[in-house]
Design a protein around this ligand. Structure first.
Ligand code: HEM
Length: 426
């Protein structure tokens, strides 16, 4: 079922299921009917109001008081009693971080934790990103074929995230299974059986995060954002609370690296299926920054986010009760023709690509957006220079079924190593 649902919008609304079918294949296309006919609708299976147009999504993001982010990290599929018991046995206590914190506590905390994200600070990480990228490319450039996710796009953002945070790099394999479990736990629809496995992993992840904090506390001079956070926790415990530090340690590893890995995989997939765009970039790397924005618009890694109404209100002319839960689908807003001309066409020359909603908008807009962008630009700079003859291999793509995090599990690409410019040039 790769077509956009047709027919009665009320039927489409009743049938809306973000865990399978059209939404999993292409969330923007799956909601075209909604953008055109019923831009705010209640999805009974999910228990959420779905918001699909650009302006409506932006108006929800714009008001974090009326539309609280408190449900952002809630399990979208409630835990079974058995899974709940397992989580409790690990002392699991995921609570408020930044992304799900209400005002005024959120802004007060965000302000004291912002320094590490300013452009001059980010500049310091650029050489490391380039070095890691080059090392990964060196390892596969003579192979002629690779799964880019496995060989580069998963690990580089993870290493960059750990370095930025100041978290030790010793547990990469463990972190892989942990972050997957966190995504399934928060945004997926695990079966009752899977819930048990996921609960164990999430519980272990929680304990691991606690141990990392203890290790980091023992190094009061340590560098990186989480070290700074730990110092602020000692200095202003009411603003940067203990519970925040533990919850954030777990959440940020996923927030900082899964988002970027998936966005980068989507970017290569999109560019290699739009060959002209890829070739234009190879010929003129100054196109890269806007191409990255267009990739984030057309095929972003965060496709939907959540909010909860704190009072009776309306969105797009539809009345919502107090407590209404909203699923705002940025992937749909990003292709809304009311804001983006020919919104479902990929165009690296688009002049308003940067208006996309993939990083959210307003008070909670992604703090790491410029780190993500920097990594994506460097990946493109290095790959388009060293492998301009890169092709997408024949393959079928699989995605983790969930509402929000989107990117292919694998991305196979191929090329003829004899044509590598660095060989030809020698
Ligand atoms: C928040 C997406 C990379 C740290 C968010 C939000 C989204 C998002 C959708 C919620 C925005 C809202 O509610 O309005 C992305 C995407 C990324 C990315 C698509 C990569 C392509 C990163 C990186 C870091 C990071 C690399 C850190 C190193 C954060 C933090 C918040 C956040 C701390 C919470 C901000 C707040 O609530 O005040 N991100 N993110 N993100 N992101 Fe990112």
């Amino acid at each position: 079922q790769d077509t956009c649902p047709m027919g009665d919008p009320a039927d489409n609304a009743r049938a809306f299921n973000p865990f399978e079918g059209a939404y999993q294949l292409d969330p923007a296309k799956a909601l075209r009917w909604s953008r055109d006919q019923l831009p705010v609708f209640f999805a009974p299976e999910l228990g959420y109001w779905v918001v699909s147009r650009y302006d409506d999504i932006k108006s929800v993001f714009r008001d974090p008081v009326l539309f609280s982010p408190k449900n952002v990290l809630e399990k979208i599929t409630p835990a079974t009693p058995e899974a709940m018991e397992i989580l409790q046995s690990y002392g699991y206590g995921m609570n408020k971080t930044l992304v799900n914190e209400d005002e005024p506590a959120h802004m007060e905390r965000r302000r004291v934790l912002l320094d590490h994200f300013v452009p001059s600070e980010l500049e310091k990480h650029k050489d490391m990103v380039r070095r890691l990228t080059r090392e990964k490319i060196d390892a596969f450039i003579n192979e002629g074929r690779t799964d880019l996710v496995e060989s580069m796009l998963y690990e580089v953002p993870l290493l960059v995230a750990l370095h930025f945070l100041g978290v030790p790099e010793d547990e990469i394999e463990t972190l892989k299974s942990f972050s997957l479990a966190h995504s399934v736990n928060t945004w997926g629809k695990p079966t009752d059986e899977k819930q048990i496995e996921v609960a164990h992993d999430v519980g272990r992840f929680w304990q691991y995060a606690g141990q990392v904090i203890e290790k980091m506390r023992a190094e009061p001079e340590g560098t990186g954002w989480m070290h700074h956070t730990i110092r602020m926790n000692a200095k202003m415990p009411d603003v940067v609370t203990d519970s925040y530090v533990h919850s954030m340690m777990m959440a940020i590893i996923v927030a900082a690296h899964e988002t970027t890995s998936l966005a980068s995989a989507n970017m290569f997939k999109t560019l290699l299926t739009h060959r002209e765009a890829w070739e234009d970039i190879c010929a003129d790397p100054s196109l890269i920054p806007n191409a990255v924005e267009e990739c984030l618009r057309y095929a972003g890694s965060i496709v939907a986010w959540r909010r909860q109404a704190t009072a009776p209100t309306s969105v797009g002319g539809v009345d919502l009760p107090e407590g209404a839960k909203l699923l705002v689908v940025q992937a749909s807003g990003n292709q809304d023709e009311r804001h983006f001309e020919d919104g479902d066409t990929f165009d690296i020359y688009r002049d308003n690509a940067v208006d996309h909603l993939t990083f959210g908008y307003g008070a909670h807009q992604c703090m790491g957006k410029n780190i993500g962008r920097m990594e994506m630009r460097i990946f493109l700079e290095e790959m388009s220079r060293r492998l301009p003859h890169l092709q997408l291999s024949e393959q079928s793509f699989s995605y983790l079924p969930n509402t929000s995090f989107r990117g292919p599990d694998e991305l196979w690409v191929e090329w003829d190593p004899a044509r590598n410019p660095e060989r030809v040039d020698n």
